[in-house]
Ligand binder design. Structure first.
Ligand SMILES: [Zn+2]
Ligand SMILES: [Zn+2]
Length: 324
């Protein structure tokens, strides 16, 4: 993402990048957010279901599988943050939808302690359907801190611990680019080629933290980042489960007690996000309608943050809530 992001004056306006750079139409009809070179489909309601899909020309990544939204089906690499059912409950469904579409099985990366349970619950689904052989090439893989998963020659993913009611982890996507070393950039091509023939190392590798997804977490991970790149990414997708102030209740403490983040904590620590180019907030509580979320973001965030925050409310706009 070499071009700076075009800031939207209004958080209602989802069109966040220059027209010429757009690859996916933005609108309430399809629910994709265009952010720099990335298209983001942020389907997420707290306690109900979360599935975040990110695409660009080079990558197609899925974070969490609480529901196998159609937009996730082409995703070959799925990264799961923790074992709550709204984040992991639809793996068998994702496997099945890929199979129906003739796609080869995806890879599901999970915190290591979840591997056995996820394998057995997925197997149970396929045993019930008497098609357990369909799972033969499905890969449920442990992803521990320190591991690195390559998506392709230019992108790789690392994990970092988050703080939730249960063991959980987030992910950072890095872009690796080989470029000419600075000292050779003003030279003619034939001169550089000659140096290369002499055996001179003319390239250097630059690594950029591009995208971070936290999953469910308390705000502390931003105060003491387990990986400093968390606050340097171009696109941060994180949660703001709670937004409101209830008279007589400390809602920030309530959010913390439940292992979540309150929007006020983000607002009060706006300076931490100075280097982050764009933030997509997700996982809002089931009780908030989309307009209330937009209003809170407009009213509670300082201008420096408001201009770079977009709420991921596509699930709410299509009423994927469980209020009866
Ligand atoms: Zn959740
Ligand atoms: Zn959770």
């Amino acid at each position: 993402m070499s071009e700076p992001l075009t800031r939207s004056r209004s958080h209602q306006n989802l069109d966040l990048m220059p027209k010429e750079a757009q690859t996916v139409n933005v609108g309430e009809s399809d629910g994709w957010l265009n952010i720099g070179q990335y298209s983001v489909f942020a389907w997420s309601v707290s306690g109900v279901e979360s599935c975040i899909v990110i695409k660009s020309e080079d990558v197609h990544i899925v974070f969490d599988m609480g529901v196998a939204v159609p937009e996730s089906v082409r995703g070959m690499n799925v990264f799961i943050t923790h074992g709550h059912v709204d984040h992991i409950g639809a793996v068998a469904n994702h496997v099945s939808k890929r199979g129906l579409n003739g796609m080869k099985p995806a890879r599901y990366f999970v915190p290591p302690h979840l591997v056995d349970n996820l394998k057995s619950v997925t197997k149970a689904h396929y045993e019930m359907a008497e098609t357990v052989e369909a799972l033969e090439n499905v890969k449920v893989l442990p992803f521990a801190e320190g591991d690195c998963v390559r998506l392709n020659s230019r992108f790789f993913v690392k994990t970092f611990p988050t703080v939730h009611r249960i063991c959980s982890q987030g992910y950072i996507v890095y872009k690796e680019e080989k470029r000419l070393k600075e000292e050779y950039r003003g030279m003619e091509g034939f001169e550089v080629a000659a140096l290369h023939r002499e055996g001179r190392e003319i390239h250097e590798v630059s690594i950029t933290p591009e995208i971070a997804y936290t999953g469910d977490t308390v705000f502390d991970i931003f105060l003491n980042p387990p990986n400093p790149d968390l606050l340097k990414v171009k696109l941060l997708i994180t949660e703001a489960t709670f937004l409101d102030d209830e008279i007589g209740k400390n809602m920030v403490q309530k959010a913390r007690d439940r292992g979540h983040t309150h929007l006020c904590e983000i607002a009060q620590n706006a300076e931490l996000f100075e280097d982050v180019e764009h933030i997509v907030l997700v996982h809002f509580s089931n009780k908030y309608p989309p307009k209330y979320i937009s209003d809170c973001i407009r009213d509670k965030l300082p201008l420096s943050l408001r201009n770079k925050v977009t709420p991921g409310t596509v699930a709410k706009a299509t009423k994927a809530t469980c209020q009866l």
